[in-house]
Write a protein that binds this ligand. Structure first.
Ligand code: F6P
Length: 514
């Protein structure tokens, strides 16, 4: 990569960004705009026509992607090179879904036999549990060991024909309390999901679950299973190797739903539907690695993201699934995008020239329409919106609901773009607010796999162009360390060296303990 060339391409994009036309005017000038600025692949219609991108600015962004060596970086990731340089790791979550014939090497060693063996163990285990009298599964994990499985299990509820799956993540005792109080210990399986097996929230909740089981069943260990890269720590907790599903350090937490961390999802929907989930992601991987940049949906999604945040200066992006079962998608994407690209320096430690990733937030439509859409339409902040919508629901007898849902989704992107003039300033909608829409037939396991892989690759491309290492997360460490240091102070240890605000808050806490 020639840094000067990348800088020159950024400059060109910024110049075009300053002179960007009104979105509605682009439609007036080109009646075929919707076709030119949309793509169809992997069962998805990706429509980015309701943005201010023109042929010229899109070309400039594609040139930027080329100058930043996105294709070579992509090849390096799929080839198992150690692109997570700060941690000296390969980035190969794609290997978890690479399929039966794939060969993927790390340090010259094919990792696929192990991946397939672990998948086969998961399938056998899932079949056994699904055929047993276990009625409930409690997945204890947090961050990537929670958000992927909970998002996907909820999204694929129509395919859930196994035990009920519950998720406990927060260290707040209310979370595990409220889950366990509904369950029968003898019929509950506890899945402790933690790559490191040291995360304080997960270990605290796992110990509580162990006490709960021990109080009610003769052999609590038989009702535990662990998912972890740290087999010896799981063993120390009392979960023997044959009940541990391991994965390698080249699977990042927020990219881990495709492997053992997806066990709870597999228990809920069964191994066959889980395979369809993997197959959907695999299809998106093939599209991402083979489609020319101009036709490549993850690449275009990334360029739209950079255009809106870095170039147009919109601070946040809203993810708005018109799909109630995707209620946890925004939270999942918050970790995926913000933990990956929320960095202040580049791979080489230099301050980022154009800022890091944006704040990601959202809620399903139509609920959001009755909450924060007021600001989306009339607020002074422009929030680029990302709509996701299925053409069919899973409830054929409620097709009338679905038509209304789709009408609302399409109307919102239209209203954001067109706005409305009015003599009363309170009733003016300025319009010209950008959005993209991702439409698909139905939220099947395969389609969910495609959508999640699309977002993963978008994060990769944005990071590659910004020069970020999207695969480390040092930003989560400081708070964890300080919590560990502060814990004894809450128990009464001297508050030496604490700032007066924290010391006062700690004293306030202590004043309520007996
Ligand atoms: O706090 C951040 C983090 O390290 C995430 O990256 C990760 O997904 C989560 O904690 C959970 O980690 P673990 O699976 O090791 O418990």
């Amino acid at each position: 990569m020639f840094e000067a060339q990348v800088a020159a391409e950024w400059a060109r994009v910024f110049t075009l960004g300053k002179a960007r036309p009104k979105i509605a005017a682009l439609f007036e000038a080109d009646p075929a705009r919707a076709k030119g600025f949309s793509r169809e692949a992997c069962g998805l219609l990706y429509d980015f026509s309701k943005t201010a991108l023109t042929e010229q600015s899109l070309t400039a962004l594609l040139d930027l992607a080329e100058a930043a060596d996105v294709e070579a970086k992509r090849a390096a990731m799929f080839a198992g090179e150690k692109i997570n340089a700060s941690e000296g790791r390969a980035v190969l979550h794609t290997a978890l879904r690479a399929g039966p014939a794939a060969v993927v090497k790390v340090d010259g060693h094919d990792v696929m036999p192990d991946v397939r063996a672990t998948l086969a163990r998961m399938q056998a285990f899932a079949r056994k549990i699904r055929a047993s009298d276990i009625t409930d599964v409690v997945n204890i994990g947090i961050g990537g060991s929670d958000l992927g499985p909970v998002m996907a299990t909820q999204a694929l509820a129509p395919y859930g024909d196994g035990p009920r799956v519950h998720f406990v993540s927060n260290i707040d005792g209310a979370h595990i309390h409220d889950v366990l109080k509904e369950l029968t210990p003898a019929k509950t399986l506890v899945v402790v999901a933690s790559k490191t097996f040291t995360t304080i929230e997960t270990m605290t909740n796992a110990k509580t679950a162990r006490r709960w089981l021990a109080a009610h069943v003769a052999e609590p260990a038989a009702q535990f299973v662990a998912i972890s890269s740290a087999e010896e720590k799981a063993a120390a907790f009392g979960i023997p190797a044959e009940r541990v599903f391991g994965f390698e350090d080249w699977v990042g937490g927020r990219y881990s739903v495709w492997g053992p961390i997806g066990l709870s999802l597999m228990l809920a929907i069964g191994p066959e539907q889980f395979e369809a989930f993997l197959a959907g992601a695999r299809e998106m991987d093939t599209h991402f690695t083979t489609a020319p940049l101009r036709e490549n949906i993850p690449v275009l999604h990334a360029l739209v993201g950079l255009w809106h945040h870095q170039v147009c200066g919109h601070a946040t992006r809203a993810v708005l699934p018109y799909e109630q079962r995707l209620a946890r998608l925004p939270a999942y994407l918050q970790q995926l995008e913000m933990e990956s690209n929320g960095k202040r320096v580049s791979q080489t430690g230099q301050a980022l020239a154009f800022g890091s990733g944006p704040v990601v937030w959202g809620e399903p439509g139509t609920n959001g329409q009755h909450a924060f859409y007021q600001l989306l339409h009339q607020g002074t902040e422009v929030v680029p919106a990302e709509f996701l919508v299925a053409m069919q629901g899973h409830e054929p007898d409620l097709a009338d609901h679905h038509a209304l849902l789709v009408a609302n989704c399409l109307a919102q992107s239209q209203a954001l773009m067109l706005g409305r003039s009015h003599e009363d300033p309170q009733r003016v909608f300025e319009g010209n607010r950008p959005s993209v829409t991702m439409a698909y037939e139905r939220l099947t396991p395969k389609m969910l796999g495609r959508i999640i892989a699309l977002y993963e690759h978008r994060v990769f491309v944005e990071g590659a162009i910004l020069g970020i290492n999207s695969f480390d997360q040092f930003g989560v460490e400081l708070g964890k360390e300080m919590a560990t240091a502060l814990h004894p102070v809450l128990d009464g240890a001297a508050a030496e060296g604490l700032d007066s605000s924290t010391a006062r808050l700690a004293a306030f806490y202590r004043s309520f303990q007996s």
